[in-house]
Design a protein around this ligand. Sequence first.
Ligand code: X2X
Length: 333
Amino acid sequence: RRQFIGASTAALAVPALFRPGRAMAAEFTYKFANNFPLGHPMNNRMEEARDRIAEETDGRFALKIFPNNQLGSDTDTLNQVRSGAVEFFTLSGIILSSLVPVASINGMGFAFKDTSEVWQAMDGELGAYVRKQIKGARLHVMDKIFNNGFRQITTSTGPIEGPDDLDGLKIRVPVSPLWTSMFQALGCAPASINWNEVYPALQTGIVDAQENPLSTIDVGKLFEVQKYCSLTNHMWDGFWMLANQRSWDRLPDDVKEIVSRNINQAATDQRQDIDDLNANLRNALEEHGMVFNKPDTEAIRGQLREAKFYAEWRQNYGDEAWSLLEQVTGSLA
Ligand code: X2X
């Protein structure tokens, strides 16, 4: 009986493109690479988008999802989407800043107070400004940024209560000048490590700490190698959906419209999934043995001001970008 149910469900699930009378091979088969495992909202929503796109293009466009850094680390995959070896890739804007400097601006320390402020900025003028710079670097980018969330610090050594606990902390940060600069300003000893090497780096004690949103801590099973989680909310991070420029240009206009609309829809849906997870995962992580605390974030922010962190980054980004950010967040320095 089980088998029978399985077989009939499978028959119903056969997509339109494999029904008799339809073309078997897609005209365009494009790869989408990302750093999260299947089951994460990014991949759940992109699977939905993939299916809608197949349906709406009558099977002309097929998207193949490569989760979990299967095709390489984030740094490697950025090179692949530039060369065209991979057609689509979601990358943190803060990491993309190695190629497009202003793309890290949404990660400015303690800038946004909640995600509704984030969407106001990233769906508004600041996001448009950043996307223009990304396109200037010959990468196509979709309008809607995906949500990673507000980042929290975890350690194996002890809770972060205030600036003193950050002093000398060996903390993993993603590969990006903003991350390194910020944690140096806080007195840490940051090490740049790609996401696909974070778990082993924590497990073997190469570093004692890392920082990520709760949903990412959970999906990466970092609770197995980290004990303390300090709710710093120190920056917001999101993923731009990048596309190789030549691969994108090759698509007919009607296919471009279907692909863009459905990927933007995936991003919008995924934003809410992640907000829900980040708001609700604390209990589950506590059950895995993590110990939570709320640090003195005003004191931590004060340390950044004292280190002239905001003044330095205002200069790096330029006044135009900085004022678009402050239009939403209010004065930061
Ligand atoms: O590398 C990370 O920490 C992650 C998974 O949050 C990003 O992709 C920026």
